[in-house]
Design a protein around this ligand. Structure first.
Ligand code: UD1
Ligand code: CA
Length: 427
C-alpha cells in the first residue's frame, strides 16, 4: 500500500444548509458523529498524521475527536474564515512543511467513501504531482466537472459556477479527494488566486497548474457514485444513513447474525451481537448495546443504552429496555418496559410487565433473580427485588422497596405474600 504521510480532512464548512445548530460533521449517523466514519477512512490508510481542519464550532469537534480517538495521531488546524478548499489546505502549510511523503485530502462530510479506494488512488499516483478521484454522477449538480482531451487525458476541473453549458453537460465529476506530492503541492498553494465565480481559493486549480506544466495526472473513477454522497442537508444525511446502516448490517450478517429484514433493522455503530442471534423486523438497537449468541430480538423492540442480553435471551414484541441486563435464556416477549434492571437466568417476564424505574426525580434499580416468574401485567416500582425462583401474580404491584424472598409468591395491590394479610404500601 502506498501509505500517505499526511491525511488532511477538510471539515471547516459551516453546514448552514443543515439548518441545525452545531458543526455539521458532528451530525449523528447510526449513533455516531459523521466525522467518526471519515476519521476511520483516514486512519485506515495508516498515515503518520491526520490534520483536521475545523472552523466555527471547532472546540466541539476537537472534544469529540479526543474522546473517540484518544490514541490516534490527529492534529487540529483552525481555519477561521472559510475561503475555499484551497485556503483550507493553505492553513495547513506550516504543518505540511514539517511532514514528508504524500498528502491525501478528504472531506469531513463524505462518510461513505471507502478507504480502499483512497489507498488505490495513492498507488495510482506513483510519481505524479497528483492523482484525482472522480465519479460518474447521475445528476452532476453542484460538483466540479472533470475536463479531458480527446484522448481522455485529464486537463483539469471546472467548478459548476465557472462552467459553460457544454462543460455542465459533463457527467464525470470531481469527488474532491486527491493524493498530492507534498512538495509540488506546497510550491503551488501560494499561487492560488480567488479570481473565479465564487471568489474562493480553489484546491482544484492545483490540478490545472500541474497539467499546464506538462504533467500527465492519473485519476481513479469510482464505480459506485453513492460513495461520494456529501452531506450538506438533512436529506443527504438520511441518504448517508441508509448506506452506513447497510454496511453495519452486512458486517453483522457476515459474523452469523440473522437479520430478517435489513430495511427495518436499525442497528447503531458499535453494537455487539453474537452468532446465531435473530434480529426480527422493526427493531432499534442503540450504540453500546451487547447481545449474546442465540438470542432473539424483535419484532418491534427498542434496546437502548447500557442494555446487555446474555446468550439465549429473547426480547420481543413492544419491549423496550434501557440499562437492562437480561440473563441467559430469560424471556421478555410482550409489551414490556425494562428500565434499570438486572434479571437473572431463565426468568420469565410476563406480558405487560413494567419496571417503573423513575420516581419523577431519580432513577432506581430493580433486581430480578434467576428463574423468577413475573406474572402478566405486573408493575415493579423501583427500587425493589424479586428473589430467585419467586413469583408475582398477574397484575401485582410491587411497591417501592419491596423484596420478595427466594421462592415466595406475591400477589395483589399492593403486592403481598400469598396467604398473608396485605402489608401497608411503603410507596
Ligand atoms: C468542492 C470542489 C468540487 C467538488 C466538490 C465535491 C473545489 C474548488 N471544488 O466543491 O470540484 O466537485 O468539492 O464535493 O475544491 N471546506 C473547508 N474550508 C473551506 C471550504 C470548504 O474546510 O474554506 C470543506 C467543507 O467543509 C467540505 C469540503 O471542504 O467538507 C468541500 O467543500 P464544499 O464547499 O462542499 O465543496 P465545493 O468547494 O463546493
Ligand atoms: Ca464551497
Amino acid at each position: 500500500m502506498a501509505t500517505p504521510a499526511t491525511v488532511v480532512v477538510l471539515a471547516a464548512g459551516q453546514g448552514t444548509r443543515m439548518r441545525t445548530p452545531g458543526p455539521k460533521v458532528l451530525a449523528p449517523l447510526c449513533g455516531r458523529p459523521m466525522l467518526g466514519y471519515v476519521l476511520d477512512q483516514a486512519l485506515a490508510l495508516e498515515p503518520e498524521r491526520v490534520l483536521l481542519v475545523t472552523g466555527a464550532g471547532g472546540e466541539a469537534v476537537e472534544d469529540f475527536v479526543r474522546g473517540a480517538f484518544p490514541e490516534a495521531p490527529i492534529g487540529f488546524v483552525r481555519q477561521a474564515e472559510q475561503r475555499g478548499t484551497g485556503h483550507a489546505v493553505m492553513v495547513c502549510a506550516d504543518e505540511l512543511k514539517r511532514a514528508s511523503g504524500a498528502v491525501v485530502v478528504l472531506y469531513g462530510d463524505m462518510p461513505l467513501l471507502r478507504a480502499e479506494h483512497v489507498a488505490k488512488l495513492c498507488e495510482l499516483r506513483a510519481d505524479a504531482g497528483a492523482a484525482v478521484m472522480t465519479a460518474t454522477a447521475e445528476n452532476p449538480r453542484g460538483f466540479g466537472r472533470i475536463l479531458r482531451d480527446g484522448d481522455g487525458r485529464l486537463l483539469g476541473v471546472v467548478e459548476e459556477k465557472d462552467a459553460d453549458e457544454a462543460q455542465r453537460a459533463i457527467r464525470e465529476v470531481n469527488v474532491g479527494v486527491y493524493c498530492f506530492d507534498r512538495e509540488r503541492l506546497l510550491e503551488r498553494l501560494p499561487r492560488l488566486s480567488t479570481e473565479n465565480a465564487q471568489g474562493e481559493y480553489y484546491l482544484t486549480d492545483i490540478v490545472g497548474m500541474l497539467v499546464e506544466e506538462g504533467e500527465a495526472l492519473p485519476s481513479l473513477r469510482l464505480e459506485d457514485e453513492r460513495e461520494t454522497i456529501g452531506v450538506n442537508t438533512i436529506e443527504h444525511l438520511s441518504e448517508a444513513r441508509v448506506g452506513i446502516q447497510m454496511r453495519i448490517l452486512s458486517e453483522h450478517m457476515a459474523r452469523g447474525v440473522v437479520i430478517e429484514d435489513p430495511a427495518t433493522a436499525y442497528i447503531d455503530f458499535g453494537v455487539e451481537i453474537g452468532a446465531g442471534t435473530h434480529i426480527l423486523p422493526c427493531t432499534v438497537i442503540r450504540g453500546g448495546v451487547r447481545i449474546g449468541e442465540g438470542c432473539e430480538v424483535g419484532p418491534f423492540t427498542h434496546l437502548r443504552v447500557g442494555t446487555e442480553l446474555a446468550d439465549g435471551a429473547e426480547v420481543g414484541n413492544f419491549t423496550e429496555a434501557k440499562k437492562a441486563f437480561v440473563g441467559e435464556g430469560t424471556k421478555a416477549k410482550h409489551l414490556t418496559y425494562l428500565g434499570d434492571v438486572s434479571i437473572g437466568k431463565g426468568a420469565n417476564i410476563g406480558a405487560g410487565t413494567i419496571v417503573a424505574n423513575y420516581d419523577g426525580t431519580n432513577k432506581h434499580h430493580t433486581d430480578i433473580g434467576d428463574r423468577a416468574f413475573i406474572g402478566s401485567g405486573s408493575i415493579l416500582i423501583a427500587p425493589s427485588k424479586v428473589g430467585e425462583g419467586a413469583l408475582t401474580g398477574a397484575g401485582a404491584v410491587l411497591t417501592r422497596g419491596s423484596e420478595i424472598p427466594a421462592g415466595a409468591s406475591w400477589v395483589g395491590v399492593p403486592a403481598h405474600p400469598i396467604g398473608a394479610p396485605k402489608k401497608d404500601s411503603k410507596g
